[in-house]
Design a protein around this ligand. Structure first.
Ligand code: FMN
Length: 144
């Protein structure tokens, strides 16, 4: 069975809300999902997953440093050929998901375009977009 890993880092919970809605969308399409804060993940486990969805809020015009290091570890282990997506809450510039997607793409991941960015706390409509991304990931995983 195809499996999706959702990894996030969220300071106030907005990116976490997005992650949970993405997981809901994928589960509604009967994909097995493991979702956790990045520090509860062992990067080595990435080999078990067909798709990786990574989220960070934007701080000082980029992704949070621990997520950058985490993604670099995934790349070292090898994520070439997997399906991917990037997401995150932001305030005014929102670079983090764009930079995550760039790192993943450069490592050979087939990243869903565009990345999903939500300003501050997601509302109902924003969460529906996150659920949609989860479904899109599931559809892409099933096609593979
Ligand atoms: C110290 C600090 C720096 C921030 N820098 C940026 C920034 O450069 N660009 C931006 O779009 N948002 C910035 N933000 C806003 C956060 O990305 C925003 O509050 C986001 O909703 C936090 O999501 P989270 O709860 O998932 O961490 C900053 C917030 C703080 C507190």
């Amino acid at each position: 069975m195809s499996k999706l890993a959702i990894v996030y880092l969220s300071t106030q919970g907005s990116t976490k809300m997005m992650a949970e809605a993405i997981a809901q969308g994928a589960r509604e399409k009967h994909i097995e999902v493991d979702i956790n804060n990045f520090y509860e993940w062992d990067p080595a486990d990435v080999v078990q997953y067909d798709a990786i969805c990574i989220g960070s809020s934007t701080f000082y015009y980029t992704m949070l440093e621990p997520i950058a290091k985490f993604v670099d570890k995934l790349i070292e282990i090898g994520i070439d050929g997997k399906i991917g997506a990037a997401f995150g809450s932001y305030g005014w510039s929102g670079e983090a998901p764009v930079k995550i997607a760039e790192k993943l793409r450069n490592a050979g991941v087939d990243v869903i375009d565009p990345v999903l960015r939500i300003q501050y706390i997601p509302n109902e409509k924003d969460l529906a977009e996150c659920i949609r991304l989860g479904k899109d990931l599931a559809i892409k995983m099933k096609k593979k």
